[in-house]
Design a protein around this ligand. Structure first.
Ligand code: NAD
Ligand code: UFG
Length: 335
């Protein structure tokens, strides 16, 4: 069972799962995605997916889905993810991300499903004192979105302590970007993009005039913010690896994993790489820092390599090429 399976990371993961022979069912309420993404998964894989239009905040509907099926594990993507919006509408974020997850955990218990892969985020590390970031680093949150991820992590840890039958992989993603190499599935922001890569893509395709770079006075290589960008296909494969791990003998009840490449890339470096990959100029202006942003963030992903046998293979060039192919083939997204 994949919750949030019609969203950005969900679609890419479902495709990897189906291609690996996993029998997948999807739950989504389409609050940040559209049904066309599921049709694309079917076209790419040549397989039908079973889909339930369900809101995870609605426990009765979740129960009906579990009752009618025989799930062995859940990958849980469903949630809201816009940091700025979470500051304006905190209750909405806690309801979707925390209450929704509590409902899911309850229904999973009820139907004896105790394997879970959870979408967490590097945001739980706050502003790290040193880099690269390791899984045992202190955690903190600076906004309701981050707080909701941290709360769920604590809930999952408590659950794993209370009942070691649970096998939970808590995947902390760094910055997922790019798109499937077919150009048929990708990131489809419903509004003005909050994140750098989709914003750059929309400037390249002529949908936005120019990029605003949020500050060039950070203590980084060129003054702009540094992040650990990871291709969404590598990330999707990380979920398959995590799922396999949960079925293995050595699986711990609660296991956190950083999913990143371990390489810091600045905003200007990404802009340059995108210009090269697309052959388009990306006009930009430097504006004030975005409140709450940190200077630099990148992962130590050794734990995932050792325990999951997973590492990212695709580089920045692939990320930009694939993001551009998706944008060029689908200038208005799935619509
Ligand atoms: P997304 O918005 O594209 O996908 C999330 C999906 O969940 C959407 O299809 C949405 O319609 C669905 N959804 C939301 N609330 C729901 C609810 N109450 N019931 C049922 N479905 C619901 O986002 P994404 O980028 O694919 O992210 C997936 C997960 O990964 C999220 O939990 C997000 O917080 C986490 N994450 C994302 C990033 C990132 O940069 N994309 C980074 C770190 C963590
Ligand atoms: N940036 C710009 N202009 C933009 C957008 C972003 O200069 O229009 C800069 C930011 O200042 C930052 C970098 O580009 O230096 C990356 O910004 P993103 O918004 O793409 O990504 P963040 O690292 O800020 O946040 C993302 C997700 C969070 C998640 C975090 C860690 O949005 O939800 O990665 O996984 F928590």
């Amino acid at each position: 069972m994949v919750t949030g399976g019609s969203g950005f990371i969900g679609t890419h993961t479902c495709l990897e799962l189906i291609n690996a022979g996993v029998n997948v069912s999807i739950i989504d309420n389409f609050s940040n995605s559209v049904g066309e993404s599921l049709e694309r998964i079917e076209r790419l894989s040549g397989k039908k997916v079973s889909f339930y239009e369900v809101d995870i905040r609605n426990k009765n509907s979740l129960q009906e889905v579990f009752k009618a099926s025989d799930f062995s594990a859940v990958i849980h993507f469903a949630g809201l993810k816009a940091v700025g919006e979470s500051v304006s509408y905190p209750v909405r974020y806690y309801q979707n991300n925390v209450l929704g997850t509590l409902n899911l955990l309850d229904v999973m218990s009820q139907y004896n499903v105790r394997k879970l892969v959870f979408s967490s985020s590097a945001t739980v590390y706050g502003d790290p004192e040193t880099l690269p970031i390791k899984e045992f680093f202190p955690r903190s949150a600076t906004n309701p979105y981050g707080q909701s991820k941290l709360m769920v992590e604590h809930i999952l840890e408590d659950l794993a302590k209370a009942d070691p039958e649970w096998k939970i992989a808590c995947l902390r993603y760094f910055n997922p970007v790019g798109a499937h190499s077919s150009g048929m599935i990708g990131e489809d922001p419903q509004d003005i993009p909050n994140n750098l890569m989709p914003y750059i893509s929309q400037v390249a395709v002529g949908k936005r005039e120019k990029l605003s770079i949020f500050g060039n006075d950070y203590p980084t290589v060129d003054g702009t913010g540094v992040r650990d960008y990871i291709h969404v296909t590598d990330l999707a494969k990380g979920h398959l690896a995590a799922l396999n791990y949960l079925y293995s003998e050595q699986a711990e009840s609660f296991s956190p994993f950083n999913l990143g490449r371990g390489q810091g890339i600045s905003v200007l470096q990404l802009v340059n790489a995108f210009e090269k990959a697309s052959g388009r100029k990306i006009p930009y202006e430097v504006v004030n820092r975005r409140p709450g942003d940190i200077a630099a963030c990148y992962a130590d992903a050794q734990r995932a390599k050792q325990l999951l046998g997973w590492k990212a293979h695709l580089g920045v060039e692939d990320m930009c090429k694939d993001a551009w192919r998706w944008q060029e083939m689908n200038p208005t997204g799935y619509k």
